[in-house]
Design a protein around this ligand. Structure first.
Ligand SMILES: NC(=O)c1ccc[n+]([C@@H]2O[C@H](COP(=O)([O-])OP(=O)(O)OC[C@H]3O[C@@H](n4cnc5c(N)ncnc54)[C@H](O)[C@@H]3O)[C@@H](O)[C@H]2O)c1
Length: 366
């Protein structure tokens, strides 16, 4: 039986929008878009894998509801989330005579969503867009909150804009075709929400590991919805990351260092974040913000989700150099997100980056 369709509102004044959750939603995309009076002329941005799996369902629904839709495919993979691919999107929008009265749909994971979102933000100074995320990570994180970006050769997400979608449609059925490793990587971001903001949700995750790994619909829907609610609450307070939105970067400073040292693809983003969260919780423990029990619970839960918790084999100075290049370093001081036990987190500037990370990773060669 299908779980009930549900929704929540991201309240951002004139930029407010709904996130709709459920099963079998893709067959009704056209109706949802008609409800929000979305433009009739649409460019659907996706990649060939997702197009093959879900393109026909979405296109049929849109056509039945009276929309005209052209497909723009982008190459698959983080290494193509760049200005060159963005230009291919602009080329097709211009050649296809899309104008200010047109709309754009992002159908796919975070790579498609970030890139299509940035194209929508910038084409003709902004056209309306809708997110239809199809990975766990994109459903609980990247499709919500309006961060759009492409990578530059010198760093991740360096060229981007805050640009909110008009609607986010989350069909958890799409996760059935997702690679198992992508499922686990997405779950890392779900665990993050429990650690930074909701101890009860963290405890619920501890009791629902196999249900989530097996994509049991009710459990999955609860986890995705609770994650989006937490993200939405934070974005409503701080849309442009002037303060509390930075808490969502928990585990990401060390995680980004892993990704940048290992290169694209070897570690999935969520895997790197999992390891980064364990490091962050050890630092929190060393600084007296979290007890040993919290750190042990975090590490055990991530292990139970079959996520990596041990740092890859690099020297401490290599991690530190990578972290210094991160956007979060200002005037030599690095602002870390540290958990206070489980269920709350705070921003914590550290000036001695080496010592702070050495205390959490004593086995690493310096
Ligand atoms: N904007 C934000 O706030 C934000 C937040 C977190 C992450 N991100 C970005 O998100 C990106 C990572 O996103 P991701 O983890 O979704 O990776 P991804 O977009 O690369 O998708 C992972 C893989 O799954 C495939 N795929 C997608 N949906 C599928 C489905 N339903 N069935 C089968 N295969 C499917 C994709 O083609 C791809 O090969 C990164 O670029 C990261 O920077 C952005």
């Amino acid at each position: 039986m299908d779980v009930v369709t549900d929704s929540l509102l991201v309240g951002l004044q004139e930029r407010s929008y709904s996130i709709v959750f459920g099963q079998n939603l893709l067959t009704n995309v056209g109706e949802y878009l008609a409800d929000i009076k979305f433009p009739k002329n649409i460019a659907l941005v996706t990649n060939l894998t997702v197009l093959d799996l879900y393109g026909q369902t979405v296109l049929t629904s849109l056509e039945t509801a009276g929309f005209t839709c052209s497909v723009i495919t982008v190459p698959e993979g983080e290494e193509y989330k760049n200005l060159a691919t963005l230009e291919l999107i602009y080329d097709q929008l211009i050649e296809g005579n899309f104008d200010r009265g047109s709309g754009l749909i992002a159908l796919g994971g975070g790579v498609v969503g970030d890139m299509a979102g940035y194209a929508a933000a910038t084409f003709l100074r902004g056209i309306p867009f809708v997110q239809i995320p199809t990975t766990i990570l994109s459903q609980v994180d990247s499709s919500v909150g309006g961060k759009t970006a492409v990578n530059h050769r010198l760093g991740k997400n360096l060229i981007g804009a805050f640009y909110q979608p008009r609607l986010v449609l989350i069909d958890i059925d799409t996760l059935k075709t997702l690679d198992r490793r992508e499922v686990r990587a997405g779950i890392a971001e779900i665990v993050k929400y429990g650690i930074i903001s909701d101890a009860e949700f963290f405890a619920w995750l501890e009791n629902n590991v196999s249900e989530l790994l097996e994509l049991e619909p009710e459990a999955l829907l609860h986890a995705v919805k609770r994650s989006c609610q937490i993200k939405s609450d934070i974005v409503e307070i701080d849309e442009r990351e002037g303060s509390v939105r930075a808490l969502l970067n928990y585990g990401h400073t060390f995680g980004h260092a892993i990704e940048s040292l290992c290169g694209y693809g070897e570690w999935r983003h969520g895997e790197a974040v999992a390891c980064g969260m364990v490091v962050a919780s050890r630092i929190a423990h060393n600084l007296g913000l979290a007890d040993e029990g919290s750190t042990a619970r975090i590490s055990t839960l991530l292990r139970n989700f079959q996520l990596p918790v041990d740092a890859p084999d690099f020297a401490l100075h290599q991690f530190v150099t990578a972290m210094r290049r991160d956007k979060k370093v200002r005037e030599g001081s690095l602002t870390l997100v540290l958990n206070q036990g489980i269920g709350s987190a705070k921003l914590y500037p550290v000036s001695n980056i080496e010592d702070t990370f050495h205390s959490a990773l004593p086995d690493l060669e310096s």
